[in-house]
Design a protein around this ligand. Structure first.
Ligand SMILES: Cc1ncc(COP(=O)(O)O)c(C=O)c1O
Length: 354
């Protein structure tokens, strides 16, 4: 199995981390999309109150959590028709294991994409095929990943693009999995769930959501899937056998987090303010920003090799991610995450201006 997997890409970034750390003002790490704003107090409280937890939790989720996810999927995602839900231990593990669980042989992934879609196909021993956004000419396959808003580009699908993907899935009798973990962080785009586009026929369609970014709960490992009841049942059965269950304190924390949108709006405002501050400074330093109108990241280029841009920024103590981590088409781009304090973002602006 290990021989199937690529080298862990972040190891290649470590030397640039050293350069950035040597800056007299210290490192400003914009490379990883790991939230740094505190988990809201009411979520922490629900977690703490469930800390006496002697029994095994339910793989399917507590009735309260299942109800909370279903309500959120209806109200926020616009899901209609028959669908089911299932909590998972963060969405990365789901992405990495879903092709194995569903015994996929051929998996389509976006050309520029979160690397775990490819890794999941490798773990399953499946063929992974990078595809363009436009689904009208996609080859047949067992499963396709969609990611809107996208990591790393912040691009949001149009309604037409989403409809074309659904039409492809129906034609190919394939499973469509829409990773929507950045849906709450629109800047100048309007994103939507695939579940709002299925006309209540959710057969073969799943949406993946995560509370890591929405509620700054990455350390909790809290995510869930919503969609085709038969598919959800298949995934749930596998997970019951494999012991892949979300801990009870995390399930309690998820339940209250999903019941509140105020903290999400506050977090969205934080990320968008940082983006508005950083973007002009990057443009002033010669970078051209593409897409980046939703999600957590600025995706930009100086029309040079990504590593040249990464090194230039590292010398200023700023760590960015090379776009090549997300596919060959990203080789001349870099990705910067808004997951740094406001003070660090302001300091990054000063260094870019200097
Ligand atoms: C597109 C995408 N999907 C899934 C994940 C996994 O997130 P988590 O495992 O924290 O839910 C990430 C994390 O950065 C991501 O960018």
């Amino acid at each position: 199995m290990r021989t199937r997997l690529p080298d862990f890409p972040w190891d290649a970034l470590a030397p640039f981390g050293e350069i950035a750390r040597a800056h007299s003002g210290g490192i400003i790490d914009l490379s990883q999309g790991t939230p740094i704003d505190p988990t809201p107090d009411f979520i922490q409280k629900a977690f703490q109150e469930a800390s006496n937890s002697p029994s095994y939790p339910l793989t399917a989720g507590t009735p309260e959590l299942r109800t909370a996810i279903k309500k959120w999927a209806t109200d926020r995602l616009g899901a209609t028709g028959d669908f089911d839900v299932l909590p998972v231990i963060g969405s990365k593990e789901l992405v990495a294991w879903l092709p194995t669980i569903l015994e996929s042989k051929k998996v389509l992934i976006p050309k520029i994409a979160y690397p775990t879609y490819h890794v999941g196909a490798l773990i399953a021993g499946a063929q992974s095929i990078p595809v363009e956004i436009d689904a009208t000419h996609w080859p047949t396959a067992d499963l396709a990943w969609l990611n809107s808003p996208s990591n790393p580009t912040g691009r949001v699908h149009s309604l037409t693009e989403a409809q074309q993907v659904i039409a492809w899935a129906r034609r190919a009798d394939a499973i469509l999995v829409s990773d929507e973990c950045y849906l709450e962080f629109d800047h100048s785009a309007t994103s939507f769930s695939i579940l709002s586009q299925t006309s209540a026929d959710n057969r073969n369609i799943l949406a993946v959501h995560s509370l890591s970014k929405r509620s700054s709960m990455a350390g909790y490992r809290a995510a869930f899937i919503v969609g085709d009841s038969a598919l959800v049942a298949q995934v749930r059965e596998f997970r019951k056998h494999a012991g892949m269950m979300v801990s009870l304190p995390v399930q309690k924390a998820m339940t209250v987090a999903l019941g509140d949108d105020v903290h999400v709006a506050a977090q969205r405002a934080r990320y968008n303010t940082r983006r508005d501050v950083l973007r002009p400074a990057l443009e002033g330093a010669g970078f051209r920003v593409e897409f980046s109108n939703s999600g957590l990241y600025l995706w930009c280029t100086r029309d040079e090799d990504a590593w040249t841009s990464v090194e230039w920024l590292a010398q200023r103590g700023i760590l960015a991610t090379p776009g090549s981590f997300y596919g060959q088409d990203g080789a001349r781009f870099i990705r910067l995450a808004m997951t740094a304090t406001d003070a660090h973002i302001s300091e990054a602006v000063e260094r870019l201006k200097a």
